[in-house]
Write a protein that binds this ligand. Structure first.
Ligand code: SF4
Ligand code: SF4
Length: 377
């Protein structure tokens, strides 16, 4: 990897050295993602670390130009993330026809088709929209596809269906993906519990629990109790005995209802369909551009977890986007817009109630708690 980094930081204007990517040193590994260099588009491999320029040349279409003048085009389409085998085959068939078989998925579940022939862009876009039924867009000053968490498919914690919320929200925001009419790009994420593996975003929808876990003292024997004690980020779990048997208890005034203990032990049940709600957080940013990375902050809470279309969440999201569209300056991200106008004005413009729950006064937080861009990872 060192060799790759040195190549990437090579000063512009110098001759591009011959580079056999397969010969670059990299430790062999028998797990995890395979060596990405095997899968690069040939034009990308040829110009690795030697790109001069890139720009958006149309809805969902990017053009990258290398220092030697070679161009590579990217057509971005939104996907629902959970895909059938037949759908994946149809996607690959389009990549075979127009892209020498090359495509990639972004972390936000966009599909990016890579091609070198400009005249193929239009038929490719038509094939994506008509054959797959996926929208092309998500570049420039538009919303991107929503980054969402595993949900029911792959996690034991969720109390809402992240994929379902995403489907409902993206249906609602379909035109914002296809049209660049916002001041700057808007990244969205959803998380189906407060562990928030959807991470920070301009706008994030996060499920919130409101009660401490209920301990099932009968079943808790199957869990390793020290591990359950250790996983609590605020030391709210301690050993106790019930009917002379070892078990655990929760110090309720310390608990912040994060649900981490439920992931460790199913006998700590934190999910509650009667009280769990959805909240909207705004202003998160991971990139170092302009003001640097920022944490998102609570905007609206107590929204009903209301499948299959989550209308209350869609309406709240629309309110934020409308206020941002009207008041944001060009290139200003949502967090930067709020920093400029002030939170009071943000609450006035969106109509959300401001309450004591918007003030982070949690006194049991440890000094190291929540100091990374990921809430807990
Ligand atoms: S950890 Fe939480 S946010 Fe991530 S997939 Fe599981 S339930 Fe969803
Ligand atoms: S829900 Fe979170 S804070 Fe509460 S006891 Fe479990 S791990 Fe600790």
């Amino acid at each position: 990897m060192e060799t790759v980094r040195r190549e990437a930081s090579r000063p512009r204007g110098k001759a591009v050295p011959d580079m056999d990517l397969k010969k670059l040193p990299m430790a062999p590994r028998d797990n995890g993602a395979p060596d990405f260099r095997r899968f690069l588009h040939p034009a990308m491999a040829r110009n690795y670390g030697a790109w001069a320029d890139h720009k958006v040349i149309g809805r969902g279409v990017l053009k990258h130009v290398a220092e030697n003048g070679e161009a590579l085009f990217t057509v971005r389409a939104g996907s629902p993330r959970t895909l059938s085998v037949d759908k994946v085959r149809a996607i690959c068939d389009i990549a075979d026809r127009f892209c020498e078989g090359h495509l990639r998925f972004t972390s936000r579940s966009n599909i990016e088709f890579l091609l070198t022939k400009e005249e193929d862009i239009e038929p490719l876009v038509r094939a994506v929209e008509e054959e797959l039924g996926f929208p092309v867009g998500g570049t420039g000053h538009a919303i991107g596809n929503i980054l969402h968490t595993q949900g029911w498919l792959h996690c034991n914690l969720p109390n809402t269906d992240a994929a379902g919320t995403v489907k409902a929200l993206m249906d609602h925001l379909f035109e914002e993906f296809r049209n660049e009419r916002l001041p700057q790009r808007v990244k969205l994420s959803t998380s189906c519990c407060q562990i928030n593996c959807g991470t920070h975003a301009d706008i994030s929808v996060v499920l919130q629990h409101h009660r401490p876990p209920r301990v099932d003292h009968e079943n808790i024997r199957q869990c390793e109790l020290p591990r359950v004690v250790a996983i609590c980020p605020v030391a709210a779990i301690r050993p106790t005995k019930v009917d002379s048997r070892d078990t655990l208890e929760v110090i309720e005034e310390k608990c912040m209802y994060c649900g981490a203990c439920h992931g460790q032990c199913p006998s700590m049940e934190v999910r509650d369909p009667d009280t769990d709600t959805l909240a909207i957080w705004v202003g998160g940013k991971s990139s170092s551009t302009r003001g640097g990375p920022s944490f998102m902050k609570l905007a609206a809470y107590d929204l009903p977890n209301n499948p299959p279309r989550w209308p209350e969440v869609c309406e709240a999201l629309e309110r934020i986007l409308e206020a941002y569209r009207r008041g944001g300056r060009p290139f200003e991200r949502i967090g930067e817009w709020i920093d400029r106008i002030g939170w009071k004005r943000f609450f006035d413009l969106t109509g959300f109630r401001f309450t004591k729950y918007h003030i982070d006064s949690y006194r049991f937080a440890r000094t190291t708690f929540n100091t990374s861009m990921q809430a807990r990872r």
